[in-house]
Write a new protein. Structure first.
Length: 139
């Protein structure tokens, strides 16, 4: 297990997680009203969620960027462009594909599941670009 994490720049992972969360906060801050309308939530429901969603988001951002860092080291990537391309490949193949599957089955759970998918996937893509950029150049 130790060899898997050999060569990882942990500071770069931390900075990528901070960027991941910052971009997510900006994305949902700017688009809060249309996202809430697509999901079918009110201000009160969103504000009453407590810290759990934020803790889960940070953990998810950490896991994504850690695995991205592992792959960047394994593939010997040392450029922003290749870091971004790998990050986008992961995001499209794993994250967005799985989100689309779950949102398709969720159906009427969301007021508009396809708008919700767009908001969630696009926000994740922006954060993934930042992670790929940071981890691709800061090895």
């Amino acid at each position: 297990m130790g060899a898997l994490f050999e060569g990882i720049n942990w500071w770069a992972v931390v900075v990528a997680v901070i960027a991941f969360q910052g971009l997510g906060a900006a994305w949902y801050g700017i688009l809060a009203k249309p996202w809430m309308a697509a999901v079918g939530l009110t201000d009160e429901q969103v504000k009453g969620g407590g810290p759990a969603p934020y803790i889960i988001a940070i953990a998810g951002g950490f896991l994504f960027n850690l695995m991205l860092a592992v792959l960047i080291v394994q593939f010997n990537i040392n450029s922003a462009l290749n870091g971004i391309l790998l990050s986008l490949a992961l995001m499209f193949s794993v994250n967005i594909g799985q989100l689309a599957k779950h949102y398709a089955f969720a159906g009427s759970v969301f007021k508009d599941q396809w708008k919700t998918l767009f908001f969630d996937a696009a926000g994740d893509l922006l954060a993934a670009i930042a992670g790929g950029l940071i981890l691709g150049i800061w090895r």
